[in-house]
Write a protein that binds this ligand. Structure first.
Ligand SMILES: Cc1cc2nc3c(=O)[nH]c(=O)nc-3n(C[C@H](O)[C@H](O)[C@H](O)COP(=O)(O)O)c2cc1C
Length: 333
């Protein structure tokens, strides 16, 4: 039975918290009992309008567990056993839930290190396609079986337009916009700017653009939409079509999203390992019209579900490697 000293647990969590979470909500908490580490979820840190099935919430916990696995490997440890609690129906008022209990073991073999420190969401445009990017995509396609890479320019353009339609579909729902705004940190003066949510820098927005985004997504949206200006103002197709590829990340149908989340983080780290950056475009996976169209067009096997869609490439500009994260002591319960 392996039990960690408090300081060792703290340094593990400091690394594990680099894992991605939807809207950077960071819903995962950790607790150590006798020889067991409990991964807990805070239902209050959730986006029930955007994520009514709590799928992205569970995916985020899965990514957090994978973050722990990677941090453990660096210390000669691995997960010996994982017991996952049966998912139950949740509301933001539900108290903190145990999601999984893991037992630690010594590692059999030390895997190659993972680029957790440099992986970061890149929401800007991409450099033009070239031989190096092409070779990186070839390597990515062979490194990960959970991905379909959409590489032809017309197909990327099609996904880019579909992304805008999907985005607008969700943004037209006022509750959706309100929830999104709750997690946006558009001004540096926001108390959560470096802690959680999506800040202006992470979204590659200047101060003026961030201020404008607050108006467009907030009080002006309905009016702008009526006069046909909302669609062009929230459109992302120019950025998306500059991508080297659109990545369809798929997992077995019916798989627990917690399990998919582990593979999701692994896939993203593989993208990073190949020198590529990007960000998920969840609207393409969440809107069934887009998900089904992409699955049919790009021959995603019938027994697999598209869990997430990324746009990736070599960034035009220098991504900031700063990760807004909660302090470790808030993540330990
Ligand atoms: C399940 C899931 C869905 C996500 N969907 C989106 C998305 O639709 N658009 C986006 O820009 N980022 C998306 N992200 C990325 C998160 O916003 C990002 O990981 C988080 O803000 C932390 O920032 P980092 O990735 O730079 O560490 C998603 C992440 C997860 C885990």
């Amino acid at each position: 039975m392996i039990t960690l000293a408090r300081d060792d647990l703290r340094s593990l969590i400091a690394e594990a918290r680099l894992a991605p979470s939807v809207h950077n909500i960071q819903p995962t908490r950790w607790r150590q009992g006798d020889g067991v580490i409990e991964l807990c979820g805070v239902p209050g840190r959730s986006i029930p309008v955007v994520d009514p099935e709590w799928r992205d919430w569970r995916l985020s916990h899965g990514a957090a567990l994978e973050g722990l696995v990677i941090a453990l490997a660096g210390r000669g440890l691995q997960i010996g056993q994982v017991d996952i609690e049966a998912p139950r129906s949740l509301s933001p008022a539900t108290p903190t839930q145990t999601i999984a209990r893991v037992k630690l073991a010594s590692i059999d073999h030390r895997p190659a290190s993972d680029p957790t420190g440099t992986r970061v969401s890149w929401r800007g445009a991409f450099r033009p396609m070239d031989g190096a990017a092409n070779a990186a995509l070839d390597r990515l396609a062979t490194a990960c079986n959970d991905l379909v890479l959409v590489r032809e320019a017309p197909a990327i353009l099609n996904a880019a337009k579909l992304g805008d339609r999907a985005g607008l579909f969700f943004l037209r729902d006022v509750a959706h916009r309100r929830e999104l705004l709750e997690w946006l940190r558009l001004a540096r003066s926001h108390a959560g700017y470096q802690r959680d949510g999506l800040n202006a820098e992470a979204m590659t927005l200047s101060a003026i653009e961030a201020w404008g985004a607050g108006l467009v997504l907030g009080p002006l949206f309905a009016l702008l939409d009526r006069v046909g200006l909302a669609a062009p103002l929230v459109a992302e197709h120019a950025k998306t079509k500059s991508a080297a590829a659109i990545v369809l990340f798929h997992r077995p149908k019916g798989e627990d999203a917690f399990v998919s989340g582990r593979a999701f983080y692994r896939a993203w780290l593989e993208i990073e390992r190949q020198g590529l950056k990007g960000c998920p475009m969840s609207v393409l996976a969440d809107w069934s019209v887009a998900r089904d169209a992409l699955a049919a067009l790009h021959q995603v096997p019938a027994d697999r579900r598209i869990i997430s869609v990324f746009r990736i490439g070599r960034p035009k500009g220098a991504p900031k490697l700063a990760h807004a994260r909660l302090p470790v002591d808030e993540l330990l319960v």
